[in-house]
Ligand binder design. Structure first.
Ligand code: SF4
Length: 217
């Protein structure tokens, strides 16, 4: 929504995101601020050589950036399991291939003000590749992913990201029906693996790009 107050919101969010960037750096992550998705996109396209292979995690943020189309157009080999031609039989192999790419692009369910990166997965490929996958991992997140602490981050991961994703993938869970997480025990529960990256793991190269926009769930 455009309004004459947007600049105030953006300015306040910038200050907040720049604080989180300092917190992430103290946790040994590389971190950078972007005013908008367009400038983040430009940087990504410059950072990733056009002959490198790119794996993409299950991430609405990355799709909203529209970077996949641009990478493919200029010749990067992009592997991701949301392609319509992926079948039940090829799904696991594709997810594994994502983890062998040169670059892995994903988002996070929540990032705390202290620099913790929180995710909840149903399968675990995304968090596995983030922690010990490709040589270069880039986590891209909008201002909506910022939370005060770990408890709020886990709550956000289930009550916002989990609930909306359950609806998106069309599973039979209480949240997909009602829009509310009840920490269910449904056979189709999608919240199965919780990770908290408190510091950059040794032997990894993880960069966090924080964008002053609402992106993903
Ligand atoms: S209701 Fe179940 S599947 Fe839905 S967000 Fe909560 S724990 Fe996850």
């Amino acid at each position: 929504m455009t309004s004459e107050f947007n600049d105030f919101r953006a300015c306040n969010n910038e200050k907040m995101l720049r604080r989180i960037i300092q917190a992430l750096r103290k946790r040994d992550f590389e971190a950078e601020y972007f005013a908008d998705a367009i400038s983040a996109n430009d940087t990504l396209l410059k950072m990733i050589p056009d002959n490198s292979r790119v794996g993409i995690g299950g991430s609405v943020t990355i799709r909203e950036l529209r970077v996949i189309e641009q990478l493919e157009k200029r010749g990067n080999e992009v592997t991701h399991h949301w392609k319509p031609e992926i079948t039940k039989e090829t799904n696991r192999a594709i997810r594994q291939k994502e983890g062998t790419a040169d670059f892995y692009l994903t988002s996070a369910n929540a990032i705390t003000e202290q620099g913790d990166i929180i995710n909840i997965d149903g399968i675990g490929n995304r968090v596995a590749h983030m922690i010990y996958g490709p040589d270069n991992v880039i986590i891209i997140a909008g201002s909506n992913k910022i939370v005060p602490d770990i408890e709020a981050g886990i709550r956000r991961s289930r009550e916002i990201a989990g609930v909306i994703n359950a609806k998106r993938v069309g599973v039979k869970t209480p949240c997909a029906e009602t829009g509310k997480c009840v920490d269910c025990k449904a056979p189709a529960r999608i919240c199965r693996v919780t990770t908290i990256m408190q510091y950059r793991p040794w032997q990894t190269n993880i960069k966090v790009m924080l964008i002053n926009e609402i992106l993903g769930f």
